[in-house]
Design a protein around this ligand. Structure first.
Ligand SMILES: [Zn+2]
Length: 666
């Protein structure tokens, strides 16, 4: 049998509560007190066996956690010293020996033993936010444990699994306090029913010990030695020591579909008749004593400001999702994404809020517009003040407001006019247009994902071209009056490999055989402003952020193939990965579609990519001033003249310009 020691995992809340208690309650009283420590198993694989201390450690009563993994509480000794000298004087080795002796004395009595004893000694230098501590958990060492049988619990239980699940569920609900400081309960072997300790004293025959180990890998926590020490020193079970039956629970014990997952738990039959507590020179040998006696120092200077506390709290909130519900979540991968939002209107504002909710730390806005009087009611990052005196620039304000919501965010805004096909550039405007082009190129190249959230079709063209050129993930989100469209663009040609990615997926422009032009010309007021139902942008931004996070979990990322058959869509632990979603409020439906990339696409084809790379300035200026040139470059013109019959007519899927650009291939 191999053992692993406890590693303390101390929450920032613990230190901040300790500082508060020291100032408000303990003051100069450095007498002995007690703390609640807890052990629990997380649903994912752990490298260490953790002993948790958090803000609740100072409570008198154990508060039970009903929703998360099952937790076992233990009360330990605690002393917060006034000076570093008195802290250093305490003899922890002596404490360990005395504790061992007391434990052994108590083991011979007919009472429930206290197997979890520990002591935390602290010196808190509050002026410097420095904390020195030692956390010692006396654990025996036992020699000659004979392992007769060891198997997985599921194999051992067989048909009794159902019965066991029921009993376990009752124990967890009713006996949590009972397990404090012992980590075990007793079951009657025949029916797996819980037996009170007093009752067990009267009849020690035919029982199974149900032991909760705090580590979900194959080793056991060193606490198991204390349990064995109890069994071998308690005189009354001496004649049964050659066959001790133990169920060791090594799983998180969160309920899923009315069942616990017990994949790590084991069943043991031990022969302890030859087992002995290890002693050396008249002293008990303690497991991992050097480790426990090591002094630890915590420097909380950087943590004690509110901003850091907010970061801790936000992180914790997101981690809870992982710990409690979805162990497979790759939070680090999500949080390190750098996201570029083209458009800081209704969609941009709301999407940014969703992304910070997922813990994303870098968000950049690009928008040329200023905040107008009508914006604040729909665009969730702005208020009335921002719209006065001609209105402040959207991108800048959006970035500023994100920082107000969450100071840890790295957020920037650029008031930038996106060069658009059909929006002619005069001689005088050339310089500025090129500057915008290079700035946009730089922004796309330094982010991981680009979201196109503007309200015109032509403003999405250049960012689409650049995302393809720089190999970035790209998403388009567009709103109609009561419908929205979300597309994850096919993988960049720079990364595309048909053998891995299958058929390349369409971009926003793929199903279009004309170049984007100036859609603002000859439009009435209601056509120029995007008139949409107010809830729509919230829905669309919610779906797009969730699609993005799901996609991050797919190993192929934006190269993840799609299909027109929903059943065949790729899946992650968060669900399926559609290519594009079209939601409609009139029937409250969201439908999934799929489209292949078009080899003559005016935005994402090889020909466009080549033209851009050959001479970026010339390509750009031509595309802006003569939109037809895109059809020529991409080869549509030629295709049209040669093969007129075979080009499908563009289907107008909702009569609204914004959403009509994509033909549904089904
Ligand atoms: Zn395309």
């Amino acid at each position: 049998m191999q053992f692993i020691p406890f590693s303390p995992l101390i929450d920032i809340g613990f230190w901040s509560q300790l500082s508060k208690n020291k100032i408000e309650i303990y003051k100069l009283d450095d007498g002995e007190r007690s703390l609640l420590v807890k052990t629990k198993i997380n649903p994912y694989q752990e490298k260490t066996s953790q002993l948790y201390l958090d803000i609740y450690a100072f409570q008198d009563e154990i508060t039970l956690n009903k929703s998360g993994p099952f937790e076992i509480y233990s009360r330990i000794q605690f002393q917060n010293y006034n000076t570093i000298e008195t802290y250093q004087e305490f003899d922890h080795l002596n404490y360990v020996q005395l504790t061992f002796k007391k434990m052994i004395e108590s083991f011979s009595k007919d009472e429930k033993p206290n197997l979890f004893q520990g002591r935390m000694s602290i010196f808190a230098d509050l002026k410097k936010y420095l904390f020195y501590y030692k956390l010692v958990v006396p654990q025996f060492q036992i020699e000659n444990i004979q392992n007769i049988i060891q198997k997985s619990l599921t194999d051992y239980l067989g048909d009794q699994m159902q019965l066991f699940q029921q009993q376990l569920s009752l124990i967890i609900q009713q006996q949590q306090k009972e397990i404090s400081n012992t980590s075990f309960v007793i079951l009657r072997k025949e029916n797996l029913q819980y037996v009170q300790f007093d009752e067990y004293q009267k009849n020690k025959q035919d029982v199974i010990f149900l032991y909760f180990d705090s580590y979900n890998q194959s080793q056991l926590n060193g606490q198991f030695n204390n349990f064995i020490a109890y069994l071998i020193t308690n005189n009354s079970i001496k004649d049964q020591l050659n066959n001790i039956n133990i169920i060791v629970i090594k799983d998180a014990l969160t309920i899923n579909k009315n069942q616990f997952s017990l994949k790590n738990s084991i069943y043991l039959e031990l022969n302890l008749s030859e087992s002995k507590i290890v002693e050396q020179n008249g002293q008990y040998k303690a497991f991992n004593i050097e480790g426990y006696l090591q002094e630890k120092k915590i420097d909380l200077k950087s943590f004690m400001d509110e901003q850091s506390l907010a970061r801790e709290a936000v992180d914790l909130n997101i981690k809870l999702m992982k710990w409690r519900l979805l162990p497979e979540l790759d939070l680090e991968k999500v949080q390190t994404q750098k996201v570029l939002l083209i458009g800081a209107g209704t969609l941009g504002c709301q999407l940014a809020r969703n992304l910070i909710g997922w813990g994303i730390r870098k968000i950049t806005f690009v928008d040329y517009g200023k905040i107008s009087y009508s914006n604040p009611v729909r665009q969730s990052l702005y208020d009335f003040e921002d719209s006065t005196k001609g209105g402040r620039p959207k991108a800048e304000v959006a970035a500023e407001k994100l920082k107000k919501i969450f100071p840890d965010i790295e957020s920037e805004g650029y008031q930038l006019q996106i060069p658009m096909p059909g929006h002619f550039v005069t001689e005088l405007q050339v310089q500025q247009t090129l500057e915008s082009f290079y700035k946009l190129s730089e922004l796309v190249s330094t982010h991981d994902a680009v979201f196109l959230l503007t309200d015109s079709r032509e403003s999405r063209w250049l960012p689409t071209v650049l995302s393809n050129a720089y190999g970035k993930m790209c998403f388009s989100v567009a709103l109609g009056f009561d419908s929205f469209l979300i597309i994850r663009h096919g993988i960049s040609l720079k990364k595309y490999n048909p053998e891995i990615h299958g058929e390349r997926l369409a971009c926003y422009f793929c199903n279009d055989i004309s170049s984007p032009g100036n859609s603002m010309k000859d439009r009435t007021l209601d056509q120029q402003c995007t008139v949409t139902r107010p809830g729509l942008s919230f829905l669309a931004s919610a779906y797009s952020s969730e699609l993005f996070v799901s996609l991050i979990h797919s190993p192929l990322l934006d190269g993840t193939p799609a299909s027109d058959n929903t059943e065949q869509l790729q899946q992650t632990d968060l669900g399926i990965l559609p290519h594009f979603l079209r939601g409609q409020l009139s029937d409250f439906e969201v439908r999934l579609f799929y489209g292949r990339a078009f080899k003559h696409c005016v935005a994402c084809s090889q020909q466009i990519l080549d033209a851009l790379e050959k001479n970026p300035q010339q390509f750009l200026l031509e595309a802006l001033n003569r939109p037809d040139v895109l059809q020529d470059i991409s080869g549509i013109t030629e295709e049209l003249t040669q093969n007129k019959q075979e080009i499908h007519e563009i289907q107008d899927i909702d009569g609204d310009d914004e959403c009509s650009v994509l033909q549904i291939i089904s």
